[in-house]
Design a protein around this ligand. Structure first.
Ligand SMILES: CC(C)(COP(=O)(O)OP(=O)(O)OC[C@H]1O[C@@H](n2cnc3c(N)ncnc32)[C@H](O)[C@@H]1OP(=O)(O)O)[C@@H](O)C(=O)NCCC(=O)NCCS
Length: 181
Protein backbone atom coordinates (compact mmCIF):
# COMPACT_ATOMS: atom_id res chain seq x y z
CA UNK A 1 0.00 0.00 0.00
CA UNK A 2 1.24 3.48 -0.84
CA UNK A 3 2.18 5.58 2.21
CA UNK A 4 0.00 8.67 2.42
CA UNK A 5 1.83 11.96 1.99
CA UNK A 6 2.07 14.12 5.09
CA UNK A 7 2.62 17.88 5.26
CA UNK A 8 6.04 17.28 6.84
CA UNK A 9 7.19 15.39 3.74
CA UNK A 10 5.81 17.90 1.24
CA UNK A 11 9.15 19.52 0.48
CA UNK A 12 9.79 17.85 -2.89
CA UNK A 13 6.68 16.96 -4.83
CA UNK A 14 6.92 15.83 -8.44
CA UNK A 15 5.62 18.51 -10.82
CA UNK A 16 4.02 16.89 -13.87
CA UNK A 17 1.27 17.48 -16.45
CA UNK A 18 -2.22 16.56 -15.27
CA UNK A 19 -3.77 13.29 -16.47
CA UNK A 20 -7.38 12.51 -17.19
CA UNK A 21 -7.65 10.52 -13.95
CA UNK A 22 -6.53 13.53 -11.85
CA UNK A 23 -9.97 15.12 -12.28
CA UNK A 24 -11.32 14.08 -8.86
CA UNK A 25 -8.21 15.40 -7.03
CA UNK A 26 -8.19 18.67 -8.97
CA UNK A 27 -11.85 19.19 -8.21
CA UNK A 28 -11.38 18.41 -4.51
CA UNK A 29 -8.50 20.90 -4.19
CA UNK A 30 -10.36 23.58 -6.15
CA UNK A 31 -13.47 23.14 -4.03
CA UNK A 32 -11.46 23.55 -0.82
CA UNK A 33 -10.44 27.01 -2.07
CA UNK A 34 -14.09 27.78 -2.88
CA UNK A 35 -15.16 26.66 0.62
CA UNK A 36 -12.42 28.84 2.13
CA UNK A 37 -13.66 31.86 0.13
CA UNK A 38 -10.29 32.17 -1.64
CA UNK A 39 -11.18 31.40 -5.27
CA UNK A 40 -11.32 34.93 -6.67
CA UNK A 41 -14.19 34.66 -9.15
CA UNK A 42 -15.77 31.35 -8.09
CA UNK A 43 -18.07 30.77 -5.18
CA UNK A 44 -19.84 27.60 -6.32
CA UNK A 45 -18.25 24.17 -5.93
CA UNK A 46 -17.21 22.59 -9.23
CA UNK A 47 -18.78 19.32 -10.37
CA UNK A 48 -16.67 16.36 -11.44
CA UNK A 49 -18.13 16.62 -14.95
CA UNK A 50 -17.04 20.25 -15.21
CA UNK A 51 -13.54 19.42 -13.95
CA UNK A 52 -13.29 16.57 -16.48
CA UNK A 53 -14.37 18.94 -19.25
CA UNK A 54 -11.76 21.52 -18.24
CA UNK A 55 -9.06 18.83 -18.15
CA UNK A 56 -10.04 17.56 -21.60
CA UNK A 57 -9.98 21.13 -22.99
CA UNK A 58 -6.53 21.73 -21.47
CA UNK A 59 -5.25 18.49 -22.99
CA UNK A 60 -6.18 19.80 -26.45
CA UNK A 61 -4.48 23.18 -26.00
CA UNK A 62 -0.76 23.00 -25.32
CA UNK A 63 -0.69 26.71 -24.40
CA UNK A 64 -3.14 26.11 -21.54
CA UNK A 65 -1.45 23.39 -19.53
CA UNK A 66 -2.48 22.06 -16.14
CA UNK A 67 0.48 21.02 -13.99
CA UNK A 68 0.06 19.10 -10.75
CA UNK A 69 2.26 18.64 -7.69
CA UNK A 70 2.26 14.97 -6.77
CA UNK A 71 3.62 13.38 -3.64
CA UNK A 72 3.68 9.59 -3.27
CA UNK A 73 0.92 9.24 -5.82
CA UNK A 74 -1.23 11.91 -4.19
CA UNK A 75 -2.04 15.20 -5.94
CA UNK A 76 -1.45 18.03 -3.43
CA UNK A 77 -1.70 21.07 -5.70
CA UNK A 78 -2.18 22.29 -9.25
CA UNK A 79 -1.63 25.29 -11.48
CA UNK A 80 -2.99 26.31 -14.85
CA UNK A 81 -2.66 29.05 -17.47
CA UNK A 82 -5.83 30.21 -19.20
CA UNK A 83 -6.73 32.78 -21.83
CA UNK A 84 -6.69 36.26 -20.33
CA UNK A 85 -8.24 38.18 -23.23
CA UNK A 86 -9.39 37.02 -26.67
CA UNK A 87 -8.01 40.11 -28.49
CA UNK A 88 -5.15 38.93 -30.75
CA UNK A 89 -2.84 41.65 -29.38
CA UNK A 90 -3.10 39.98 -25.96
CA UNK A 91 -2.84 36.35 -26.98
CA UNK A 92 0.64 36.11 -25.45
CA UNK A 93 -0.68 37.14 -22.02
CA UNK A 94 -1.91 34.25 -19.87
CA UNK A 95 -3.91 34.18 -16.66
CA UNK A 96 -2.51 31.90 -13.95
CA UNK A 97 -4.46 30.23 -11.15
CA UNK A 98 -2.94 27.97 -8.48
CA UNK A 99 -4.41 25.84 -5.72
CA UNK A 100 -2.76 23.81 -2.95
CA UNK A 101 -4.51 21.18 -0.83
CA UNK A 102 -5.48 22.77 2.48
CA UNK A 103 -3.21 20.77 4.79
CA UNK A 104 -0.22 21.28 2.45
CA UNK A 105 -0.37 25.06 2.22
CA UNK A 106 2.59 27.24 3.35
CA UNK A 107 5.07 24.41 2.76
CA UNK A 108 6.51 25.66 -0.51
CA UNK A 109 4.24 23.67 -2.86
CA UNK A 110 2.67 26.76 -4.44
CA UNK A 111 6.11 28.23 -4.97
CA UNK A 112 7.31 25.11 -6.80
CA UNK A 113 4.24 25.09 -9.03
CA UNK A 114 4.74 28.78 -9.84
CA UNK A 115 8.41 28.28 -10.60
CA UNK A 116 7.58 25.38 -12.91
CA UNK A 117 5.00 27.30 -14.93
CA UNK A 118 7.21 30.41 -15.06
CA UNK A 119 10.08 28.28 -16.38
CA UNK A 120 7.79 27.05 -19.18
CA UNK A 121 6.31 30.45 -20.00
CA UNK A 122 8.55 31.37 -22.88
CA UNK A 123 8.28 27.94 -24.53
CA UNK A 124 4.52 28.20 -24.27
CA UNK A 125 4.63 31.55 -26.08
CA UNK A 126 3.83 33.89 -23.21
CA UNK A 127 5.42 37.30 -22.64
CA UNK A 128 3.41 38.00 -19.49
CA UNK A 129 1.30 36.26 -16.86
CA UNK A 130 -1.51 37.94 -14.96
CA UNK A 131 -3.44 36.95 -11.88
CA UNK A 132 -6.42 38.22 -9.89
CA UNK A 133 -6.07 37.81 -6.13
CA UNK A 134 -8.62 38.72 -3.48
CA UNK A 135 -7.11 41.65 -1.57
CA UNK A 136 -7.42 39.77 1.73
CA UNK A 137 -5.83 36.58 0.35
CA UNK A 138 -2.51 37.11 2.17
CA UNK A 139 -1.03 33.72 1.25
CA UNK A 140 -1.58 34.22 -2.46
CA UNK A 141 -0.16 37.75 -2.38
CA UNK A 142 2.90 36.45 -0.48
CA UNK A 143 3.34 33.66 -3.00
CA UNK A 144 3.26 36.10 -5.91
CA UNK A 145 5.81 38.41 -4.30
CA UNK A 146 8.07 35.46 -3.46
CA UNK A 147 7.97 34.40 -7.13
CA UNK A 148 8.87 37.76 -8.66
CA UNK A 149 5.37 39.03 -9.46
CA UNK A 150 4.37 42.69 -9.16
CA UNK A 151 1.16 44.12 -7.77
CA UNK A 152 -0.29 46.37 -10.47
CA UNK A 153 -3.17 47.80 -8.50
CA UNK A 154 -6.38 47.17 -6.66
CA UNK A 155 -9.86 46.89 -8.12
CA UNK A 156 -12.35 48.16 -5.56
CA UNK A 157 -15.56 46.17 -4.92
CA UNK A 158 -14.76 43.86 -7.80
CA UNK A 159 -15.49 40.17 -7.15
CA UNK A 160 -19.04 39.34 -6.15
CA UNK A 161 -19.05 36.57 -3.55
CA UNK A 162 -22.20 35.56 -1.67
CA UNK A 163 -23.69 39.00 -2.28
CA UNK A 164 -20.56 40.84 -1.08
CA UNK A 165 -18.29 42.84 -3.40
CA UNK A 166 -14.64 42.14 -2.53
CA UNK A 167 -11.54 44.08 -3.58
CA UNK A 168 -9.21 42.29 -5.99
CA UNK A 169 -5.49 42.88 -6.56
CA UNK A 170 -4.20 42.54 -10.10
CA UNK A 171 -0.73 40.94 -10.25
CA UNK A 172 1.61 40.47 -13.17
CA UNK A 173 4.79 38.58 -14.01
CA UNK A 174 6.91 39.75 -16.94
CA UNK A 175 8.37 36.71 -18.66
CA UNK A 176 11.01 38.73 -20.42
CA UNK A 177 12.05 42.05 -18.98
CA UNK A 178 13.73 42.81 -22.29
CA UNK A 179 10.57 42.52 -24.42
CA UNK A 180 10.01 45.75 -26.32
CA UNK A 181 6.49 47.16 -26.58
C1 LIG B 1 -2.15 30.69 -2.35
C2 LIG B 1 -1.53 29.30 -2.34
C3 LIG B 1 -1.60 28.67 -3.72
C4 LIG B 1 -0.05 29.45 -1.91
O1 LIG B 1 0.56 28.18 -1.99
P1 LIG B 1 1.44 27.68 -0.78
O2 LIG B 1 1.96 26.35 -1.11
O3 LIG B 1 0.63 27.79 0.45
O4 LIG B 1 2.61 28.79 -0.77
P2 LIG B 1 4.11 28.55 -0.42
O5 LIG B 1 4.22 27.69 0.79
O6 LIG B 1 4.81 28.07 -1.64
O7 LIG B 1 4.55 30.00 -0.06
C5 LIG B 1 5.18 30.87 -0.99
C6 LIG B 1 5.95 31.91 -0.25
O8 LIG B 1 5.11 32.78 0.47
C7 LIG B 1 5.43 32.74 1.86
N1 LIG B 1 4.16 32.74 2.56
C8 LIG B 1 3.11 31.96 2.30
N2 LIG B 1 2.09 32.31 3.11
C9 LIG B 1 2.56 33.30 3.88
C10 LIG B 1 1.97 34.09 4.89
N3 LIG B 1 0.69 33.94 5.28
N4 LIG B 1 2.71 35.03 5.47
C11 LIG B 1 3.99 35.20 5.11
N5 LIG B 1 4.58 34.50 4.13
C12 LIG B 1 3.88 33.56 3.54
C13 LIG B 1 6.20 31.49 2.09
O9 LIG B 1 7.11 31.64 3.16
C14 LIG B 1 6.88 31.32 0.75
O10 LIG B 1 8.05 32.09 0.66
P3 LIG B 1 9.45 31.38 0.77
O11 LIG B 1 9.42 30.22 -0.17
O12 LIG B 1 10.39 32.46 0.37
O13 LIG B 1 9.56 30.94 2.19
C15 LIG B 1 -2.23 28.37 -1.30
O14 LIG B 1 -2.17 28.97 -0.06
C16 LIG B 1 -3.67 28.08 -1.68
O15 LIG B 1 -3.93 27.13 -2.39
N6 LIG B 1 -4.61 28.90 -1.18
C17 LIG B 1 -6.01 28.69 -1.50
C18 LIG B 1 -6.30 28.89 -2.97
C19 LIG B 1 -5.84 30.25 -3.44
O16 LIG B 1 -5.93 31.24 -2.74
N7 LIG B 1 -5.36 30.28 -4.68
C20 LIG B 1 -4.97 31.49 -5.31
C21 LIG B 1 -6.18 32.09 -5.98
S1 LIG B 1 -5.66 33.42 -7.02
Amino acid sequence: MQAMATPESAARPLIRPAHEDDAASLREIFNEAVQDGLATFDHEPRSLEEQRRLLATAAQHTRHPIQVAELRGWVIGWITVQTYDTRPQLDDVGEVTVFVRREFRKLGVGRQLMRAIQAEARNLGYRKFLGHVLADNADSRHLCRACGWREVGRYLQHARQQGILRDVVLVEYLVSETTTP
